[in-house]
Structures are given as C-alpha cells and as structure tokens.
Design a protein around this ligand. Structure first.
Ligand SMILES: Cc1cc2nc3c(=O)[nH]c(=O)nc-3n(C[C@H](O)[C@H](O)[C@H](O)COP(=O)(O)OP(=O)(O)OC[C@H]3O[C@@H](n4cnc5c(N)ncnc54)[C@H](O)[C@@H]3O)c2cc1C
Length: 508
C-alpha cells in the first residue's frame, strides 16, 4: 500500500472524529443515500479486528483508554471506554435498550429536542433493531448466574425482565468485554464500519486528534501496534480540511477536544464538559454452595427494573474475569484472597444507578490536555446505591449463596444468617468509595444538545453553538442520563444529525 506522507493535501466533505457508536452510525446514515460525499473517519485507536482478540484479560486491557479505568480526580469512580476502531462498541456487551419515554419527554420539553417524537423514535429504532439483529436470548441460554438471579429475584417478589442483545451467530464464549472473537456482536466494528468503507469512506486509524478549527483537524498519526491492521499513513503530524467536522470521540474525549481547541474556535468554554452523568455501577459477588459455570455462556440475559421508579436503580446479571472481579471485591489481604479462591463458585450482580445531571460534574483537561473526570455522587444517589447493595445481598442469599464480601458492609463476610440484619450491616455511613470505588461504562453528557445556548453546547442539529462547521455526534450530547444502557439512544441521535446534514449537503 502507498504510504501517505504528512505533506499530502487531504480534503474531505466531512471528517468524523471517532469510529465508535456515534461516529460510525453517523457515517453510515450520511452515506446511505449519497455515496459521493467524501468522508474520512479519524480514529485514535488501532484497527483491531476479531483475530486480535485473544480473551486474555491483561493483554486485552490494551483496547481501553488507561487500561480500562480513567479514574476521577477524587478516585471514587473509574470510567471505561475503548481506544480502538469501533470505539466502545468493540467491547460492549450488546445489551440493547430503547430510551424510556419518560426521559424523552424531558428532553423534548425541557431541552427542545422536539424531533424525538414517538413516531421518529419508534420507526428509527424498529429499523436499527432489525439491522443489528436485536433480540431476546432464549431461556436455554441462561447460565447458572442468570438462573440464580431469577431464583433470588422471584423469592424476593421482584419483577424480572429479559434483556435484548444485538448478536448474530453468538457462540456464548462470554468474553464480550474483551472483544468478540467471532464477530457475533453487531457493533460498529462488524456492521457500520465495513459498510461505510465499502462505500468509499476512508478510515484513518492510530490518528489522535489534538485540536480542531473551523474546517480543520490537526492530528498525530502513530505506528500501528503489533497485530493490528496498519494504515496507509506515515507516522507524523497531519492537518486535514473538510466542510463539516463531526466530533464523535466519546464523553471523555469530545469535551477534551473542544477544550483543547478554544484558541482556534470562537466559542465559550462555559458549558463544555458540564452536566456529566456516569450511570454509576457496582459489581457485587457472593459465593454459592457449589461450583457454577458463570464464566461460560452469555453473561447477561435477565434484569430487574423493580426499583427503578422508587429507588432509581436497575439490577442486571453480569460476570467478569478474575482481575476485574478481584478489583470489584472490597478489601485486601487474606480475607480477599481466600474469597477469590472461590471464584469458580461466584454469583455476580451489576448495579446501575440513575444519576442526575449536575453542572459541577464535568470533564475538564489537565495541563497536558488529557481529559479529567470530576464527579461527586449526589447524596440521594448514594442512598439509592446503598439500597441497591442491600437488595442485591438479599438476592444472593435468597438464591442460595452462602457468603458475600460486600462494599459498604460493616461486617464482612456476610453470611446467610445475616439476612434479617442486612440494613443494619450495609449503611450509607459505611460505604467508602476510597475503599470500594464505583465504575462507569455508560458516561453521558459534557456537550449537551438543547435549544438554549446558555446551558447547552450544541443546537438541536448537533452543531456547536458559535461555530460554522463543528458538530458533536456521540453520548456527550445527552442533556441528562438516559437511565438505561445507552447505545441505541446514541444511534438515534446520530441518525438525526446525519440525515439533517445529508439534506443540507444535497441542497447546497
Ligand atoms: C465494557 C463496556 C460494556 C458496555 N456495554 C454496553 C451495553 O451492553 N449496552 C449499551 O447500550 N452500552 C454499553 N456500553 C456503553 C457503550 O459502548 C457506549 O455508550 C458507546 O460506545 C458510546 O458511544 P460514543 O460514540 O459516545 O463513544 P465510543 O463508542 O467510545 O467512540 C469514541 C471513539 O472516539 C475515539 N477517540 C477518542 N479520542 C479521540 C481523539 N482525540 N482522536 C480520534 N479519535 C478519538 C475512541 O478511540 C473511540 O473509538 C458499554 C461500554 C463498555 C466500556
């Protein structure tokens, strides 16, 4: 392949920064009806295809920014996001939720996102769900972790629902978050990116965008790491031009790129990065009476939204690899290591809290321009988390677990006989995030979409207020938390932004 040097002039109609859910969906809808639009996707991560993913936990942390956890400045929560072609869709589990109508109502009424009519939302998501093969997994696929969750939830009288997943030909290997070795997961890597490249969209990988100006993108291209698909560009500093620049670098990096570009753009930094929500998560583990095969099979098939309205949390089934499980179990020393020895008997539950969008929770940049997560969990959300931990612990024991090492418990391990006193042992006062940090795989906000420029970064077509050519198209647009796993909602916004831009280009 010819090597393109930094002196080559490269000019595009549209440059998309980031090849994840927002960027790839945008490029797909933009080029569907008009293959003549000249589009480039500039991606900081390497091009790892399914042959790269080897299911080895330590090696595969390379797929992520900061090896899996960009930790908040107060060290209380680590945010996971992938730095790879396909973005976080290369490592997501594929759990597929439509945005709740109650959230869309707020987005329409309080933020002016009038385009999110039930008709637009339902028709668009019907189409997206069909294209991504989104479906409920059959009950015969429930592994023992899912079966025990069902047993425990039923014993406690909790509502149970089946999750919808976007897989085709899944072989139930259970390593979704380390990349899918068979390409079953219908994310950007397998679906939209191959389609758009076939239509002539150029993918420029290992290319970190440093800053942008009107119609300009400045990036550094590095060598492709071993085992990844190399690009046709030589290493070096590049600038590209385009009529439209679409920033889709994810919640950590989209605000960071905008903040690094203040000297080039005549925009105010006032709202950039603000109103970050993290859908904070905690993964809990307990030991069952005998060996169970949770590491086999699809990790998630059922969930409960029983406490969603009253206490603002969901519980989903989950199962993680040994390193991550060790991080999720509180404490250290002999108690921790004895507990880890029972990994093959462990049952696991993922808690997801609906957090509020607050101005002080924000992405800023450090002196080197790297994103910094500033996040304090609101006291009400902390109460929800404690309630979720109490309910999950009861569920473990109702399912037949014998002991549990639980964050926020003043007695550890807890045993089945402690059931009647769970509220006494697990309290808000005892939940210390320095000891048991939260995690987040669903960051949202930071470049809010809305009709009021005084509290938003982007208008209702995704264009950054005060610019001529700059758009945002990823989860950073969310005005508030969508309160469910977010990727379908990102695709919905990406479709809206792409179709508007396609029409504008056609009429220009
Ligand atoms: C482990 C894990 C499991 C998840 N499971 C689910 C799930 O089951 N269901 C669900 O709905 N959601 C899930 N999510 C969340 C979902 O993947 C994200 O919400 C979604 O991918 C975000 O889309 P995005 O376009 O905003 O960002 P991303 O998909 O993360 O894409 C951003 C892209 O921009 C690139 N980039 C960043 N900075 C630069 C730069 N300076 N220059 C060039 N490129 C840059 C990144 O490398 C990345 O490719 C999961 C996430 C993780 C991490």
């Amino acid at each position: 392949m010819d090597q393109l040097s930094q002196n080559s002039v490269r000019d595009f109609d549209v440059i998309v920064i980031g090849s994840g859910v927002g960027g790839a969906t945008f490029a797909d809808y933009l080029t569907r009806a008009n293959k003549n639009i000249k589009v480039a996707i500039i991606e900081s991560g390497p091009y790892r295809d399914r042959s790269y993913f080897n299911q080895k936990e330590i090696e595969m942390t390379e797929i992520y920014f900061n090896r899996g956890a960009v930790v908040s400045s107060n060290m209380q929560i680590g945010v996971a996001a992938a730095n790879t072609v396909g973005g976080s869709s290369a490592v997501y589990t594929g759990v597929s939720f439509r945005p709740p109508e109650s959230v869309l109502e707020v987005w329409r009424n309080e933020f002016g996102l009038a385009f999110l009519t039930p008709d637009f939302v339902n028709k668009s998501l019907d189409e997206i769900e069909e294209e991504l093969s989104i479906h409920e997994l059959p009950e015969s696929w429930d592994n023992q972790n899912n079966l025990l969750f069902k047993k425990g939830a039923e014993a406690l009288g909790m509502d149970l629902k089946r999750l919808k997943i976007n897989t085709k030909g899944c072989q139930q290997q259970g390593f979704c978050n380390l990349g899918c070795t068979t390409g079953a997961k219908q994310g950007a890597l397998e679906l939209q990116l191959p389609s758009v490249m076939e239509r002539g969209v150029e993918l420029i990988c290992n290319a970190k965008v440093n800053k942008i100006g009107e119609n300009k993108v400045y990036c550094s291209i590095s060598k492709a790491p071993k085992g990844t698909i190399s690009s046709s560009y030589e290493e070096g500093e590049y600038s590209f031009t385009a009529d439209y620049i679409v920033v889709a670098a994810g919640v950590l990096n989209t605000p960071a790129i905008l903040l690094r570009s203040l000297s080039e753009l005549s925009i105010s930094k006032e709202n950039i990065g603000n109103y970050l929500t993290l859908h904070p998560a905690m993964n809990l583990n307990a030991v069952y009476s005998e060996e169970i095969s949770n590491y086999k099979g699809f990790p998630k098939t059922v969930y409960s939204d029983h406490y969603s309205k009253s206490d603002h949390f969901y519980l989903e089934t989950s199962f993680y690899y040994p390193g991550l499980t060790a991080k999720n179990i509180p404490g250290y020393g002999s108690l921790h290591s004895e507990f880890m020895k029972e990994y093959s008997k462990m049952m696991s539950i993922l808690i997801l809290i609906h957090d509020k969008a607050e101005k002080h929770n924000r992405i800023s940049i450090d002196k080197k321009g790297n994103p910094q997560v500033n996040y304090i969990l609101d006291p009400k959300a902390k109460e929800s988390l404690v309630k979720a931990i109490q309910v999950s612990t009861k569920l473990f024991f109702a399912a037949g677990c014998t002991k549990a090492l639980i964050p926020g418990s003043n007695k550890n391990p807890l045993v089945k006989e402690d059931m009647p006193l769970i509220e006494k042992y697990i309290t808000t006062k005892d939940l210390n995030f320095s000891y048991s940090p939260m995690s987040s795989a669903h960051p949202q906000g930071g470049a809010r979409m809305g009709d009021d420029p005084s509290v938003s970064v982007c208008d209702t077509k995704g264009k950054v207020y005060g610019t001529k050519s700059i758009y945002v198209c990823d989860a950073a647009l969310f005005p508030t938390s969508v309160q469910v796993n977010p990727y379908e909602t990102i695709m919905l916004l990406a479709k809206h932004i792409a179709v508007n831009m396609r029409n504008e280009i056609a009429n220009s």
